[in-house]
Design a protein around this ligand. Structure first.
Ligand SMILES: NC(=O)C1=CN([C@@H]2O[C@H](COP(=O)(O)OP(=O)(O)OC[C@H]3O[C@@H](n4cnc5c(N)ncnc54)[C@H](O)[C@@H]3O)[C@@H](O)[C@H]2O)C=CC1
Ligand SMILES: C[N+](C)(C)CC(=O)CC(=O)[O-]
Length: 335
């Protein structure tokens, strides 16, 4: 996967080792995202320790990694990469005792994150950076109970972390900038594409954009303006195809023809004031909830979640290849 290169950070208090020398990563919380992170790190050749308080977590985790592995083989495994390098531990303390990096992926509840990050900070070796997968909490709000908040950063991934390259990295008010720098470099070394933010923005960048789309989609379902299937097709058959190649900004610059974005703004800028968007999120009442769930069941058309995950993984790999982020063939890979 491609990474936006950044210079190696200078040695600092947050480098128990250099990002390039990390061998052991701990994943705490092993659901959809923690499991996806574990799969990614294993495929990249790291030793992974994982802890999750759920009694069936180990079974779920092994199942998730096994399901992801065919896609990871297609992406190309690092030398020595193996599912056998995963250790599921009985306690959080064991999981992080020798970790050189910790990725927290527990449920999105502020109190839980605060407690957990404080526990991880108490248990992890001094100098180990601890990243949270949070989808939207600012680190400033999560680091309040930690004795050493300087090493806590947000490392926001995208589902599944083993396929979608982007990680958004940002610190909180009490995070040492060296920890942000270290984490960004580590993710790059681990094969991710990194955006390092220099300030906290609610929802980071991508979720702020995604949530705007999602909010409008829910309004349309609630008002009977579009079905779930129409909403999905409007993206997969429309702008979604362009967005995998160029972002919304350059895509719209092309809407201005030879005049580029300037003409686009002159032409369409005034329509920003037209009633295309609704500023408030809709009430997620029972009727809307059921309409969205039923619409998704209908759209799945008998395909299980496992079928859909495999289909998505195949599709994303094809897109990564088609857009040159992955070699298109074995021959191209060796060139
Ligand atoms: N699902 C998604 O698409 C994305 C989720 N995220 C973020 O990742 C984090 C995890 O979300 P998911 O994996 O979707 O949730 P999930 O519900 O699939 O998994 C959460 C896991 O955390 C475990 N857990 C519960 N209490 C815990 C504790 N005190 N300590 C450690 N683990 C605990 C649960 O047993 C469960 O296995 C959240 O912060 C979420 O916002 C980020 C990007 C995408
Ligand atoms: C649904 N979500 C807000 C948890 C999604 C993300 O945070 C990122 C993603 O995977 O789209």
């Amino acid at each position: 996967m491609t990474a936006i290169p950044s210079p190696a950070p200078p040695p600092g208090p947050f480098s128990s080792c250099a990002p390039e020398d990390v061998r052991r990563v701990a994943c705490v919380g092993a659901g959809v995202i923690g499991g996806g992170w574990a799969a990614h790190f294993l495929a990249r050749g790291y030793d992974v320790t994982a802890w999750d308080p759920s009694p069936d977590a180990a079974v779920r985790l092994h199942r998730l990694i096994a399901a992801a592995w065919p896609a990871l083989e297609q992406l190309g495994l690092a030398d020595g990469a193996s599912q056998d390098r995963l250790t599921v531990t009985a306690t959080l303390e064991e999981a992080v005792a020798e970790a050189q990096f910790v990725q927290e992926s527990a449920p999105e509840k502020l109190g839980l994150k605060r407690d957990l990050l404080a526990r991880l900070d108490a248990a992890a070796p001094a100098g180990t950076v601890i990243a949270s997968s949070t989808s939207g909490y600012p680190m400033t709000d999560m680091q309040t109970q930690a004795a050493d908040p300087g090493r806590l950063v947000v490392g926001h991934p995208f589902n599944p972390p083993y396929l979608i390259p982007l990680v958004e990295v940002v610190g909180g008010e009490r995070t040492d900038p060296a920890a942000v720098e270290w984490a960004s470099r580590f993710y790059e070394v681990a094969g991710k594409s990194v955006i390092t933010m220099d300030r906290e923005v609610p929802g980071f960048i991508a979720n702020r954009l995604q949530e705007a789309l999602w909010r409008e989609a829910l309004h349309m379902v609630a008002n009977g303006e579009a079905t779930v299937a129409e909403i999905d097709a409007s993206i997969t058959e429309g702008p979604g195809l362009r967005w995998a190649v160029m972002g919304p900004m350059l895509t719209f610059a092309l809407a201005g023809g030879e005049g580029g974005m300037a003409h686009m703004l002159d032409h369409f800028g005034p329509s920003l004031k037209s009633p295309w968007t609704r500023l408030e999120a809709p009430e997620l009442d029972r009727a809307l909830y059921e309409a969205v769930v039923a619409g998704c069941d209908e759209a799945a058309n008998g395909r299980s979640i496992a079928d859909l995950v495999a289909e998505r993984d195949r599709g994303v790999i094809d897109i990564l290849r088609a857009t040159g982020r992955l070699p298109r063939s074995a021959e191209e890979a060796t060139r």
